[in-house]
Write a protein that binds this ligand. Structure first.
Ligand code: BGC
Length: 245
């Protein structure tokens, strides 16, 4: 099945048509900056621009950086708060003319890695963590997703983890790989204490540089980069769209 996957992030909105049976992008991805402020109307215009770029008429799957239940956005930590309570699948269908299915962005990325990537064939507890503008998390047991797990919101020393250890924080504060890895270790240690994962997969923009900080990781758990690196969100979004049709 060919589905357009769109990954909405706090900094960029990216899309590409995906072959959902093979988990491969059919063309180069197209990225536009997330509008500021990222209101539903403004972000919808950007999303429609991506749909038009590919002259897409079919189904679209979309990962959104917040809790999404039955197409409705319930949280928006890194997007305009105006998204909260918006029936986003209806809004985007009306704006684009295409059928939209939405899910949390990290859940989408995790599905791509479980189906085609670093988590393929892995049993037990797998945690996918996306390091981007925020920190997204997806929790799987024996390949089955527990949806909308918001572990980027976990508190570390009184601070929200994603405000202290995300890829954006690393860049904004120009943290060295070693200093950032120290923060990531603290976060992963907490995951280990609470969930005892068999595998942790790191994705999002931060995972593009996995080799630079991996030597400093010390969590007593297998930690691997996402096979799709930052592209997992697009492939996963398309899987969400394919599930609907
Ligand atoms: C949101 C999550 C999202 C993550 C990554 C967080 O701020 O609460 O839902 O998965 O950012 O985009």
């Amino acid at each position: 099945m060919e589905i357009l996957g769109i990954d909405v992030g706090g900094s960029g909105i990216k899309g590409a048509p995906v072959d959902t049976e093979r988990g491969v992008l059919l063309t180069k991805r197209y990225r536009l900056p997330t509008p500021k402020p990222s209101t539903p109307e403004a972000a919808a215009r950007t999303i429609v621009a991506i749909v038009r770029h590919f002259k897409w008429k079919g189904a679209v799957g979309c990962g959104f950086p917040g809790v999404v239940r039955s197409g409705m956005v319930l949280t928006a930590a890194n997007m305009s708060r105006k998204w909260i309570g918006v029936q986003a699948d209806v809004l985007l269908k009306e704006a684009s003319g295409c059928e939209f299915t939405l899910a949390n962005d990290a859940d989408a990325a995790g599905l791509a890695e479980i189906r085609f990537g670093a988590g393929q064939g892995r049993e037990g507890v797998v945690v996918m963590i996306t390091l981007g503008t925020g920190i997204g998390t997806a929790l799987f047991t024996d390949g089955k997703l527990f949806p909308n797990v918001e572990l980027g919101r976990l508190e570390l020393d009184g601070k929200v983890a994603e405000k202290w250890a995300s890829e954006k924080v690393r860049r904004d504060k120009a943290l060295s790989w070693k200093k950032w890895a120290k923060r990531i270790n603290k976060y992963l240690d907490r995951m280990h204490t609470y969930f005892w994962p068999d595998l942790i997969i790191l994705g999002g923009g931060g995972s593009k540089n996995f080799e630079k900080f991996a030597p400093y990781l010390s969590t007593p758990c297998e930690v691997v980069p996402a096979k799709f690196r930052n592209g997992a969100g697009i492939v996963g979004a398309a899987l969400i769209g394919a599930n609907k049709t």
